[in-house]
Write a protein that binds this ligand. Sequence first.
Ligand SMILES: C[S@@+](CC[C@H](N)C(=O)[O-])C[C@H]1O[C@@H](n2cnc3c(N)ncnc32)[C@H](O)[C@@H]1O
Length: 230
Amino acid sequence: MSEKLKIITTGDGSHSLYNSELQETYHNSAGAFRESIHIYMIYGLDSWLARNPQKYPIRIFEMGFGTGLNAWLTLVWAEQNRIPVLYHTIEAYPLEKEIYSQLNYIEHDHSIWHFHKYFEPLHNAPWNEGGPVSEYFNFKKDNVTLEEAQLYPSDVVFFDAFAPSKQPELWKKETLQKVTDAMRPGGLFATYSATGQLKRDLKALGLEVETVPGPPGKKETTRGWKGRGQ
Ligand SMILES: C[S@@+](CC[C@H](N)C(=O)[O-])C[C@H]1O[C@@H](n2cnc3c(N)ncnc32)[C@H](O)[C@@H]1O
């Protein structure tokens, strides 16, 4: 296993990773699984769908594939809702199989156990190619930095970079602009961060910014809408 990465168990029993070089975890230590469901599924995809009931497929851009938890839960969401999703994610530092094969996500929630067969295929999928992984989930992951990535038009953004205090370059207004420029009208930008600077920058970039309740361990998070759309 990469020496700087250690598997940890978060407050809801699901795994995350700790990067000792950055002194940073991949998820909220109060609960990785709960964080992903709360911020990206409920306050992300469910909210977007409520405003855009017939606008399929949903085009998602994720900054930071990491453990694949957001991607896998989105696949589950797409299959359960029978809504086609085109998922584009980028990752500068892919995990080794030795690490992702030990993560406990597929056994964490038994109600979605039957989707376990899709977790490793997300990791095993070739980089920079893309294609269907399940009936409703089309997936492309690029091994590239955000700075160098080519972005496609997106309806929903999961901005899941390491914290602004650890990787400030990824939260600079110019970097955020690259992402918000690629959002389609009506698009939703979802993230766990709730700094005042982020909110000011997203507002200056033309988004309607909302502070929304966070998952356990995080009082608030941020999301931004690119106009009303449709
Ligand atoms: C908070 S973690 C993402 C967690 C992930 N979404 C999940 O579901 O497990 C941040 C990720 O961004 C990646 N990363 C760091 N710098 C990057 C960059 N400049 N461009 C793209 N990815 C980067 C890290 O390697 C890490 O996997």
